[in-house]
Design a binder for this molecule. Structure first.
Ligand code: CUA
Length: 378
């Protein structure tokens, strides 16, 4: 009995809807998502090259296999009054062909992959190479510029056209470090420091993310790589090296009150460090203990960053104006537009499960004072 491939319009309708739906879903991946094919550095470019090579090989295989399949379906289809086909079992020539042909294709993919793997870190740049120790926390990234002697968070600044060496560390669970436009994924494993090398060809800001499930807020473990000119990078380094203590102490009354909160009632210094305030230097507490005991980001130059809480919120002083309220106390003018207000007001609401658990909720006045203080830490 003859069986039509698709019975009636209904099945075609289902097939067509599935195609349209999947295209819509895939289209949602565009826009702000960084693409591994929009490469901005040699490592990502080599990886994208391997992708295209494998895609070409896979396309050739697809076209050959589907071509033979469709030809056979049409050429040898059942026609009215046809006798039963001749029954065959085994064909040595065919079996040899379909064993050798895939081996050749797979061998080509293997050679391409091995060549790319060993060639990946073979890059050179004009500037002096920069080494950064990257530490994965739950759920934010710490960037320790050990040679330069400072630590930052959420934002990794690097000079353009310079070889960047990163050492990947974790003290908690496994994370994975990925900057789609600059370099592929490498696991960040506790007790085993992986390393990787990459370079950026173009000045700009590139999104990085954690790509290994690491707990409740895995999806909110982003960071930004800010690629700067060599001169811009050098002046940023000089500014970061300067401890907050060497900068003028807060003169503004609100900022002064904010510093007192940081050290006292706010409970901030139990998790965060500021050099010259509760840290002796970037790596040591005032008493000499290691600063890595602190679970929160180092805030020494918080005012010079733009990202909060692993990329969940942004920090922009223009949206966080501190004004005097009707009761004569300081207050943030547009609380809902100020990312830092939202964070200090309800960190567990913004990012449930994170380590920032306030001993007691901060009042709007206290938040305004802390914002004024953090803003002064440029
Ligand atoms: Cu860290 Cu996922």
């Amino acid at each position: 009995m003859r069986m039509p491939l698709f019975r009636g319009m209904k099945r075609w309708g289902v097939l067509l809807s599935a195609l349209i739906l999947s295209s819509l879903l895939l289209a949602a991946c565009g826009e702000s998502s960084p693409s591994v094919l929009n490469t901005q550095g040699p490592v990502a470019a080599k990886e994208a090259g391997l992708f295209w090579f494998i895609l070409v090989v896979a396309t050739i295989v697809f076209v050959i296999v589907e071509g033979i399949l469709i030809y056979s379906i049409i050429r040898f289809r059942e026609r009215p009054g046809m006798p039963a086909p001749r029954q065959v079992h085994g064909n040595t020539n065919l079996e040899i062909i379909w064993t050798i042909a895939p081996s050749i294709f797979l061998f080509a993919v293997l050679i391409g992959t091995i060549y790319t793997m060993f060639n990946l870190s073979n890059i050179s740049g004009t500037g002096r190479p920069v080494t950064v120790q990257v530490v994965g926390h739950q759920w934010w990234w710490e960037f320790n510029y050990q040679n330069e002697g400072f630590v930052t968070a959420d934002e990794m600044r690097i000079p353009v056209d310079t070889v960047i060496n990163v050492s990947l560390q974790s003290t908690n669970v496994i994370h994975s470090f990925w900057i789609p436009q600059l370099t592929g994924k490498t696991d960040v494993v506790p007790g085993h420091n992986n390393t990787k090398v990459f370079k950026a060809d173009t000045i700009g800001t590139y999104r990085g993310l954690c790509t290994e499930y690491c707990g409740l807020q895995h999806a909110h473990m982003n960071f930004f790589v800010i690629v700067m000119s060599q001169d811009g990078y050098n002046s940023w380094v000089t500014a970061q090296q300067q401890a907050a203590a060497k900068a003028p102490a807060p003169t503004d009354a609100n900022a002064k009150a904010g510093q007192q909160l940081f050290l006292g009632a706010g409970g901030c210094q139990g998790c965060h460090g500021i050099v010259g305030v509760n840290l002796k230097d970037y790596n040591h507490l005032n008493g000499g203990a290691s600063a890595s005991l602190l679970v929160g980001p180092n805030l020494t130059h918080f005012g010079s960053r733009t990202t909060i809480a692993g990329g969940v919120l942004t920090w922009d002083p223009a949206t966080c104006q501190v004004v005097t309220g009707s009761d004569g106390k300081p207050i943030i003018q547009n609380q809902q537009q100020c990312g830092l207000y939202q964070w200090l007001h309800d960190p567990q609401g913004v990012k449930p499960g994170n380590d920032m658990k306030l001993p007691s909720p901060l009042t709007d006045t206290q938040i305004a004072q802390l914002v004024a203080y953090l803003e002064s830490l440029t």
